[in-house]
Design a protein around this ligand. Structure first.
Ligand code: SF4
Length: 319
């Protein structure tokens, strides 16, 4: 949960998730819909899917215990070198050094290393350095201390070198470069995307949600969402009307009422969702779609943007 997400934002989700799935067996045998519904709002939903797949493998192949070998841990879905090292060192005191952004910054400053830390060759050298520094015992404590040092003392801006326990070994400090290292990270340019979404509404207050398979080009893959289409410079209402006609055989353009424009960011993509309420006498049937009442959406696996549009549609109905 903490990948790309702040601790404060994660805590309520973490507590709710553990209440819903108190054991690895509970998580393994749940429906993926229920897992995603308990993750809804946290974003990066592949993490939830991988977590459940990993739980299923842990139950099926490792008798319900996280494996203690490095290769077996790495073979689990969603577990990379960082997570494997963190879990194995903290849970089993196994000798694997973690390297996250905080630890990398500490090590780079101690060695006065220049350049972009995330460049693959430099990251590998930092991993080797972290492994060399690791003491023989209490590797979990060491790893947590290194992460904490980076998070609380050797912070990205204005490191508190006067309070730092490794100040006398730090080359960046000796050279007066602690505020300049590591070099700023090269950022991937963001891409702006506009989607037009339709809240189809029948006389009974029900709507249609669709779900795209992984890799289907969908922005919220495998999450329930309103029918939507990416628009490139065209007018959103016309593009959406064309999409509804092609996909569901619906001719309903004159019934469009504009709702909110929701914003959503997924990694480097900034998405603007222009949504419309579209009243229809009957909802179309479509493979992979489901029909729910608007008020039921809150309990489903949906993104924040979809929830925001649903709330706007409910507000529009009340007015
Ligand atoms: S002395 Fe300063 S720059 Fe060096 S590791 Fe400590 S906090 Fe970071």
């Amino acid at each position: 949960m903490l990948q790309q997400t702040r601790v404060a934002a994660v805590i309520p989700y973490y507590e709710r998730f553990l209440e819903a799935f108190p054991t690895v067996q509970d998580l393994a045998r749940s429906t993926s819909d229920r897992v995603l519904a308990n993750w809804a709002g946290l974003g990066y939903y592949s993490r939830a899917r991988n977590l459940q797949k990993a739980a299923q493998e842990i139950v099926a192949r490792h008798a319900g215990e996280f494996p203690c070998g490095y290769d077996a841990a790495l073979a689990l879905p969603g577990i990379g070198r960082y997570t494997a090292a963190a879990v194995l060192s903290i849970a089993y005191d196994a000798p694997y050094a973690v390297l996250d952004g905080n630890v990398a910054r500490v090590i780079a400053r101690i060695g006065a290393s220049r350049g972009d830390l995330r460049a693959p060759a430099r990251w590998r050298r930092l991993e080797q350095a972290a492994q060399q520094l690791l003491p023989r015992k209490s590797s979990g404590d060491w790893n947590q201390a290194m992460m904490e040092l980076g998070a609380t003392v050797c912070t990205p801006k204005s490191p508190r070198c006067g309070e730092c326990p490794v100040e006398k070994w730090c080359r960046a400090r000796a050279l007066g470069l602690e505020g300049k290292l590591p070099s700023a990270r090269l950022k991937r340019a963001t891409v702006d995307i506009t989607l037009a979404a339709a809240v189809l509404l029948d006389p009974r207050g029900r709507t249609l949600l669709v779900r795209h398979a992984n890799g289907d080009g969908a922005l919220f893959s495998r999450m329930w969402q309103f029918p939507a289409i990416e628009i490139n410079g065209t007018e959103s209402r016309a593009a959406l009307a064309g999409h509804l006609r092609d996909k569901f055989g619906l001719v309903a353009e004159e019934k469009f009422s504009p709702l909110v424009a929701a914003r959503h960011t997924v990694t480097f993509r900034k998405i603007r969702l222009e949504s419309y309420l579209v009243r229809v006498p009957r909802l179309p049937r479509a493979t992979g779609a489901r029909i729910v009442s608007l008020s039921q959406i809150r309990g489903l696996a949906v993104s924040n943007a979809t929830q925001k549009i649903a709330d706007a549609a409910i507000g529009h109905e009340i007015e």
